[in-house]
Design a protein around this ligand. Structure first.
Ligand code: MG
Length: 187
């Protein structure tokens, strides 16, 4: 098969889900964080909206590039295929490194300033799967999740923000003067 650099939204979603699965993460794990974060603001956040939002974000081209590159850096670090001095910095998940957080901020920033602040909350408090990735990556096991914990946290933050946008949109549509305009492409 001819090697390609360009993939469809469906293909990118499928490859991202596969890569996450190889690293022990599934869509529901990420959706649970989004659900928990939005449930602070409303009692009726639906898990279906959270799962749908995670899947939507996993189909975005920017997410695809950040996730695939970040997961590959983690894998190469585990397999000692990255040279020193950077290998040890990645392997130790050095607190002052910060390039993994840069990936997270860039991804969460696809959903604006609120996406970034939601990522900051997840980065500091490390809920659910993010805590597990962080402790597995820092433990005695040979695993490296230096990039993955931030990428997973950022997808959860973006999904949480998208759910908030959906809630706001539904509220806005209640206005009786609303007139629908059809948009061509749903980002
Ligand atoms: Mg990290």
């Amino acid at each position: 098969m001819k090697k390609r650099a360009l993939f469809s939204r469906d293909e990118m979603l499928e490859m991202n889900i596969k890569t996450l699965k190889e690293r022990g993460v599934n869509v529901d794990d990420i959706a649970e964080i989004a659900h928990m974060q939005q449930s602070k603001w409303s009692d009726d956040i639906s898990m279906k909206d959270c799962v749908g939002s995670v899947e939507k974000i996993l189909s975005l081209r920017d997410t695809f590039h950040l996730l695939q590159l970040g997961a590959e850096i983690d894998r190469l670090t585990e397999e000692n295929l990255i040279r020193e001095p950077i290998r040890q910095i990645l392997h130790e998940d050095l607190g002052m490194f910060g390039i993994d957080e840069l990936f997270g901020l860039e991804l969460a920033g696809l959903y604006g300033t609120i996406g970034k602040t939601n990522f900051g909350d997840i980065d500091v408090n490390k809920p659910l799967i993010v805590a597990r990735l962080n402790s597995d990556g820092k433990g005695t096991k040979a695993m490296c999740h230096t990039f993955l914990d931030d990428i997973v946290g950022a997808i959860a933050a973006a999904a949480s923000t998208r759910v908030a946008q959906m809630t706001n949109e539904r509220e806005a549509l209640k206005d009786p003067t609303y007139q629908e305009i059809k948009l061509d492409f749903d980002l």
